[in-house]
Design a protein around this ligand. Sequence first.
Ligand SMILES: NC(=O)c1ccc[n+]([C@@H]2O[C@H](COP(=O)([O-])OP(=O)(O)OC[C@H]3O[C@@H](n4cnc5c(N)ncnc54)[C@H](OP(=O)(O)O)[C@@H]3O)[C@@H](O)[C@H]2O)c1
Length: 292
Amino acid sequence: MAKSSSRARHTEGAELRGKVAVVTGASRGIGEAIAAALAAEGCRLVLAARSAERLQEVAEGLRSRHGVEVLVVPTDIGDEGQSRALIDEAADHFGTVDILVNNAGMGIFGAVDELHLDDLRHVFAVNFFGPMAALQAAVPIMRRSGGGTIVNVGSIVGKFPQPLGGGYTATKFALQGASGAARAELKRDNIDVVLVCPGLTDTEFSQHSRISVPGAEHRQGERHSLGRGVEPERVGRRTVKAIKRGEREAYVTFFDRALVWFAIHFPALLQWVLVYITRYRRRRFEEADPSK
Ligand SMILES: NC(=O)c1ccc[n+]([C@@H]2O[C@H](COP(=O)([O-])OP(=O)(O)OC[C@H]3O[C@@H](n4cnc5c(N)ncnc54)[C@H](OP(=O)(O)O)[C@@H]3O)[C@@H](O)[C@H]2O)c1
């Protein structure tokens, strides 16, 4: 499809009614909010996560509030076979997949020189390889139906390093790199690849993050000492807007965008701040585990 018609398809207010959207990590938090925002637009939905019961509750709520058709597919995104099977099941059920939202994800805390590599591999499986497998399964289906949108949920910390969060940051850097390349590669197929970069959001993310190095628990609490963050519903609405516009990258707040701008334009100053933060966190880390 020509560029102009591709833009028209994504102009604000573009019709999402009836589109088939697969949302991973839809059992709570940002994924649940994105699913709700898409349901409000009239999308037919496929919800994936590991907690089957919770997914059924979310699906029931969306059916009754928005009158949309919802399929639940319990899936472990960290298993590439299950990621591909999710897309196949969605396409078998609805005939196509128009939108894929790779949202499922988790954190990992610990210093880079001490992270257990098996923990890091697990987090890469969930945050990077699972989304890649889903993307690879979805693209041929979208090509056949003339286009679509793939949303990868990154993070503002996928833009700059995070002391004691380096493993997580690395997964989001990887996702961002693949997203940018895929966006260019898939343009001719009328497939938009959108990177959504939320900042701190009020979800259960920290509680479900992996503590790879004993003592790093305080990083969980520290996240919340920064404030509760934005409501996940705001990320959901921003994601729908980004899909409609076919945006390359989407930020949720002005503060997030400004922080990333600062990080990109003043890397030396950022490095200085990171050294300071690392010292502070290392001190907290040692207080939490005196054997360090
Ligand atoms: N919260 C933040 O401040 C923040 C900021 C920037 C980016 N993000 C990103 O936003 C996304 C959603 O995070 P959240 O804040 O909503 O966290 P959350 O409340 O912990 O939700 C994570 C979701 O992912 C699912 N999930 C986790 N591991 C999975 C697996 N192996 N297979 C399938 N589903 C899995 C969970 O469902 P089950 O447990 O049922 O499987 C849940 O639905 C993540 O990619 C995260 O990196 C979050």
